[in-house]
Design a protein around this ligand. Structure first.
Ligand code: SAH
Ligand code: SF4
Ligand code: F3S
Length: 470
């Protein structure tokens, strides 16, 4: 992850997170480190669930770990390279544990595992196990083989549905994870944007059936989850088999999920502009539970570059689409992703990106310098943009986006809104809630319990937002 380029809570790249499940009665320990997007966060939890069934408890201390799993991201070069420096550090820890007669199995999962496979074993001898995202249900078996001394590589796309075979999350575990949850409904991508590795690392689009999704959502709700975020690399391309045997789209699924008792808020990410259909836009009009915040990346504002990126729409289509969405839900806040310095991007092309940002107005945005990825068509294109030019463009774009984000937050002063109380605050006596627009808001702990949704007025909108119940 390019820490210098992106802020926290990126739609597609989260800050690194360690994750520890709560079952403490077991003897072996696993340390999981997650890079990349929310889908990896979800996968890390499901892998930990699978390992818990196998007798592994989570630990936050890598020195104590019998098993270390890096769940990796391949989206930009720096994200991928970071894995190797981390593995180098772990080689030393593994040797120290071995000297004490202790085991440390090192596994690499996620998109780097899928993209580089056996190459990882060649570059870093300390690695025992490489497992791609489509094969996580084979993790317990792969681990047994690795512990027996075999170097294991599992990157063949499995024919079985991994969701069908992974152990379902258990109530006790979910409870420890808070009042918001991710639920992957769709995986993979058939879009083949020319800059992107995802279609190669995650394979082609697969949608989970409605019944499976509803069952998981009900279980989460039963364990106290109030806000569900549906995940997919291309989540609005989801089209699953309904209980009636017919094919449903994401809009219809959202209507169904909104009926589940306890689920008060719904979100979905990440969407492609081409897949925003009428039913989905109507869901934004009709469902109060569907939050007025949408991450809808456009990447660039120049039609020439959009075409070269294979985004399959024009800049004006995107602006019109957002007008329709805002007509359906007037308080809709937009979030987006941008790439600067795609091959062939001229000054005029870049100015078109600046213009589309001014035309749309973003509440949140993530912007990146183009990073050529091996095996993608973009990497072989002519006219790569000089690094210094990319730097300069990124700075100008981020200055504009930061100004819009600041204005959006400052505009909250005095407004009333619902807040989902999520967790204790950093300071004594405080709690942190989420606004409908995904902003953290600080309230006094007397305002309500974790999991409550309360109506508040924003009293201070500076670097952080503060509120009082009304
Ligand atoms: N499915 C999402 C994007 C997933 S990747 C979509 O279609 O919008 C998340 C973001 O990383 C992308 O939106 C893009 O802005 C950025 N990204 C992807 N590949 C990149 C590359 N090669 N160089 C720089 N940024 C990239
Ligand atoms: Fe990548 Fe494009 Fe698919 Fe998004 S839609 S995951 S950017 S190929
Ligand atoms: Fe990264 Fe794979 Fe997600 S490449 S952004 S972890 S789908």
């Amino acid at each position: 992850m390019d820490l210098e380029q992106i802020e926290k809570t990126h739609s597609a790249e989260q800050p690194e997170a360690t994750f520890a499940p709560s079952l403490a009665t077991t003897s072996k320990k696993v340390f999981v480190k997650t890079y990349g997007c929310q889908m990896n966060v979800y996968d890390s939890q499901r892998m930990t669930d699978a390992l818990a069934a196998d007798g592994y408890a989570g630990t936050e201390s890598i020195e104590d770990a019998d098993l270390v799993l890096l769940n990796t991201c391949h989206i930009r070069e720096k994200a991928a390279e970071k894995v190797y420096s981390e593995l180098g550090r772990m080689r030393g820890l593994k040797a120290e544990r071995a000297a004490r007669g202790q085991e440390m199995v090192i596994g690499v999962a996620g998109c780097v595992a899928q993209a580089e496979g056996r190459e990882i074993l060649r570059r870093e001898k300390a690695v025992d196990l490489v497992i791609g995202p489509q094969t996580y249900h084979r993790l317990p078996d792969a681990l047994r083989r690795a512990r027996g001394g075999e170097k294991v590589v599992e990157t063949e796309y499995a024919i079985e549905d991994k969701f069908e075979h992974l152990p379902k999350p258990r109530r006790a575990e979910i409870i420890g994870r808070g009042v918001t949850a991710f639920l992957t409904v769709q995986e993979g991508c058939d879009k083949f944007c020319t800059f992107c590795v995802v279609p190669y690392t995650r394979g082609s689009e697969v949608s989970r059936p409605v019944a499976q999704i509803v069952a998981e959502a009900e279980k989460l709700a039963d364990a106290g989850v109030r806000e569900l975020t549906l995940l997919g690399q291309n989540v609005n391309a989801w089209h699953g088999e309904g209980p009636d045997g017919g094919e449903w789209g994401l809009g219809r699924l959202l209507y169904r999920l909104a009926e589940i008792p306890g689920i008060a808020r719904l979100r979905y990410t990440t969407s492609h502009p081409r897949d925003m259909d009428d039913e989905l836009i109507e869901a934004h009009r009709d469902l109060p539970a569907l939050m007025p915040y949408l991450h809808l990346p456009v990447q660039a504002g120049s039609d020439r570059i959009l075409k070269a990126m294979n985004r399959r729409h024009k800049a004006a289509d995107y602006v019109r689409l957002i007008e329709r969405i805002r007509a359906a839900r007037p308080d809709m806040a937009m979030s987006g992703d941008f790439i600067v310095g795609f091959p062939g991007e001229s000054d005029a092309d870049f100015e078109a990106t600046m213009q589309i940002v001014r035309d749309v107005g973003y509440a949140q945005a993530y912007s990146f310098k183009y990073s050529p990825r091996p095996g993608t068509p973009g990497a072989d294109m002519k006219d790569h943009v000089a690094e210094a030019v990319k730097d300069e463009r990124l700075q100008r774009l981020q200055a504009l986006l930061n100004e819009q984000m600041r204005d959006f937050n400052a505009g909250m002063a005095g407004r009333t809104m619902d807040l989902l109380i999520e967790k204790p605050g950093r300071d004594q006596g405080q709690r942190v809630g989420r606004s409908p627009w995904l902003q953290p808001v600080i309230v006094d702990e007397t305002a309500g319990e974790i999991g409550d949704i309360i109506n508040v007025r924003i009293t201070r909108a500076g670097h952080s937002l503060f509120a009082e119940p009304v």
